[in-house]
Design a protein around this ligand. Sequence first.
Ligand SMILES: [Fe+2]
Length: 136
Amino acid sequence: MSNTKLVEKLNGGLAWELRASALYSHYSAYVKGIHRIHLKAFFDEEASESNTHADMVRAAIVKLGGQAVTDRDPTEIVHTTDYKVMLEEALKTEQKAAKGYEAVLALIKDDEEMYDSIEQIYFQELRSVEEVTQLL
Ligand SMILES: [Fe+2]
């Protein structure tokens, strides 16, 4: 796989992280009722994790000599004050992220450092999928 194709894939992941960060910050602001006690902290943590992932993916793009995107993925962020809908949207977001990184991992086997870094993100996405599934 050429660097151009790989950068394209990583940029897809980066745009998805930027969207995830916006989604979690949005839900953190709007989550209502008794569930706010737990879910605001959870959404804040997930937003911060998405920003960390974005930084790691951006670093990989820079290493490949590519140009990192600055816009988030355009997929709609569903506005709601219903925490269940928020969690369902979070689950979809994490599942898609995990799938994307799984595909990237298959392409970067010869770069150990990059593989380790993307694998770390991938495992965190899997943990998030598991966590949100438990919350639902
Ligand atoms: Fe992520």
